[in-house]
Write a protein that binds this ligand. Sequence first.
Ligand code: ADP
Ligand code: ADP
Length: 225
Amino acid sequence: AASVQFRNVTKRYGNVTAVDDVSFTIEPGQLVTLLGPSGCGKTTTLRMIAGLEMASEGQILIGGRDVTNLSAADRDVSMVFQSYALFPHMSVLENVAYGPSVQGASKKDAYEMAMEKLSLIGLKGLEKRAPSELSGGQQQRVAVARALVLEPQVLLFDEPLSNLDAKLRRRVREDIRELQQSLNLTVAYVTHDQEEALAVSDHIIVMSNARIAQTGTPRELYEEP
Ligand code: ADP
Ligand code: ADP
């Protein structure tokens, strides 16, 4: 697991400052939540960790390495998207094997790596199905397996529960937390839901108007002294 560090990072889109002079450190093996209302800059922050957006100012370090100017492909970071973004015409196995294949693994190796992650995440037996033949919770697991198969140093989640029904949400967030702890993964997790943040996080970064309003453990932030 690697650390993630932002040093005075700003992101502008024209006249809009989406992230304004933000600094924080995510320690290795910690799950840190970016919490705040819609439009406060959470997703932009996450996308800058991934290298899907470039910082306008400041420095981003992953595992102590300056990645500020590196593209997503060179960052060793995987993201689980809100919409899962699975390929509908590919089987579950092909979806998960796709990343390793693109990175040059043989078909056989890519399938083996994919099967290993699918087993880990409780999807063994479903590998030949199409994504549309799975439940929402199962599709979400495929998205997680697809992120994990690249053995990233940092795993990112953007509102991972938003497409799940209320009953599944608790279960899935517990699964994500368990997986993160058992694999000792560094995770950045975006949500606007305080209860969710309290339940899953080692540390919470509260954002407001493109800045950090508060940071602390769930206990420090929300329990009575
Ligand atoms: P959150 O994830 O907290 O809802 P975002 O990071 O998506 O917030 O957005 C922060 C601000 O930046 C918002 O005002 C949003 O409209 C703006 N923004 C985000 N992405 C873009 C973009 N690609 N182009 C222009 N403005 C953007
Ligand atoms: P979220 O659910 O994280 O709040 P949004 O609905 O704000 O996401 O944005 C969804 C996508 O649209 C994001 O990738 C974001 O970067 C982009 N986006 C947000 N605001 C704008 C904007 N004003 N102009 C262009 N793209 C935007």
